[in-house]
Ligand binder design. Structure first.
Ligand code: PLP
Length: 437
């Protein structure tokens, strides 16, 4: 590579040409990442950081996994792109691998470029099969940044984008900050379900196509569903003929210690099976943008003779498909899903609970696998969230000590890759221990 004048500029100089997501552009000073391997990233001075963010909670297999990198390189030399209408072996293998780990009843995969368009197409499938248009989703949720997906989103990102009709929101369970005055997780689930069913009835069950729910709401705070919630959702969906879509974009592919969160007996003791599942992120750790929808025969059959009115130029892109095949194979061969489960149960979970005993600023510890949140509070009794300025100070301090955290509102999401080792967890938790007030 030859250096041009532009290359001689610093990375932050060049970054001024980049229009960034979710930001006022004027005051940005992004962290520069020069390279990465496994659970670590490094900056341009060679300083290393433990990546306990997994970037946007997507590098489940860790950074630069050699088998996945090699598969992308091989595919790039053979066939780097192909139109979605053609058949391609790598795409078929990727679909087969995903269906193997998903299990019954799913029989087909619609591939997308990421999580938002996975949700768009799941919503489209639900609307077309039911002939209804409304979509119910939770206030504390994130489903993506495209037309319908952003309006399905429950948090602040919805309001400036609210132009599609047919979206109705409800409060899901959150025992730590209950909307329902509940005093136990079971009661929280029961009351949230009652409120949801009343919304269904008030909106008119015959108008509701889909219930779209994150199995474990992620960005909203790793809100582990209380007992009875998923079974209750399934029952409401069945009672009113509504399609139940579980969004596993963040929770899927190892994050909870299972391939999918809905397969995890701790999260879903009743063995609830959704009608559609959306995925992205961990399916190939984001090495190439990819996502998709898992479709069961009952819904796929609707489109045997009727045209499915949806598609994307890069649906099933060969580089993404090659990385999916290699990633799932490596996860199986190297026991990466089991590692995430073991780390959560034996190392990370106990260490975070122990931290909460030493630091009164931790109001609650929630999670499983490599999917945890520390909710920080100014006062344990009132549960008042720790102010933004304090959170920013903690983030700066963690980075100075070599830990790249995922900080969201008053929470630190502790979300290392599924390959994280015991030693890396101990090192990361020791930094948290040293920095937290
Ligand atoms: N759904 C969930 C649960 C997510 O966490 C995200 C992204 O964070 C999305 C959907 C959107 O995915 P993408 O950014 O790939 O469009």
């Amino acid at each position: 590579m030859t250096l041009t004048d532009a290359d001689a500029a610093t990375t932050l100089d060049l970054d001024r040409h980049v229009f960034h997501s979710w930001s006022a552009q004027g005051s940005l000073a992004p962290f520069v990442i020069a390279g990465a391997s496994g659970s670590e990233v490094w900056d341009e001075d060679g300083k290393r950081y433990l990546d306990f963010s997994s970037q946007l909670v997507n590098t489940n297999i860790g950074h630069t996994h050699p088998k996945v990198v090699a598969a992308i390189q091989e595919q790039a030399a053979l066939l780097p792109t192909v139109a979605p209408a053609h058949a391609n072996r790598t795409r078929g293998l990727a679909a087969e691998r995903i269906l193997e780990v998903a299990g019954d009843p799913f029989s087909a995969v619609f591939f997308t470029n990421g999580g938002a368009d996975a949700n768009e197409n799941a919503i489209r499938l639900a609307r077309l099969t039911t002939g209804r248009d409304k979509v119910l989703s939770a206030y504390r949720s994130y489903h993506g940044n495209t037309g319908a997906a952003i309006v399905a989103t429950g948090d602040w990102r919805r309001m400036p984008n609210e132009y599609a009709r047919g979206h109705v929101h409800f409060f899901g369970p959150y025992p730590y900050r209950s909307e329902f005055w509940s005093t136990s997780p079971e009661q929280e689930a029961e009351r949230a379900l009652h409120a949801l069913e009343r919304i269904v009835q008030a909106e008119g069950p015959g108008t509701i196509a889909a219930l779209l729910v994150e199995t474990v709401p992620g960005t909203a705070g790793v809100l582990v569903p209380p007992p009875g919630w998923l079974a209750g959702l399934r029952a409401i969906a069945d009672r009113y003929g509504i399609v139940l879509i579980l969004d596993e974009v963040m929770a899927g592919f190892g994050r909870t210690g299972d391939w999918f969160a809905f397969q995890n007996p701790q999260l879903n003791p009743d063995g609830v099976v959704p009608d559609l599942v959306t995925f992205a992120k961990g399916v190939n750790s984001g090495y190439v943008p990819a996502g998709g929808v898992l479709i069961p025969p009952a819904i796929a059959a609707e489109f045997d003779t009727r045209v499915f009115p949806g598609g994307l130029t890069y649906s099933g892109h060969p580089l993404a498909m090659a990385s999916i095949v290699a990633s799932i194979d490596a996860m199986r061969e190297e026991g990466i899903i089991d590692n995430a489960a073991r780390i959560g149960a034996d190392v990370l979970g106990p260490a975070l609970h122990a931290l909460a005993e030493r630091h009164r600023v931790i109001g609650e510890v929630r999670g499983l696998g490599v999917f945890w949140a520390l909710e920080l509070v100014a006062d344990r009794a009132t549960r008042e969230p720790l102010p933004a300025a304090d959170m920013a100070g903690i983030k700066r301090h963690l980075m100075a000590e070599g830990l790249l955290p995922f900080v969201q509102d008053n929470r630190i999401h502790v979300v290392p890759p599924c390959i994280v080792t015991d030693e890396e967890v101990r090192r990361g938790v020791a930094i948290l221990d040293a920095v937290l007030p």
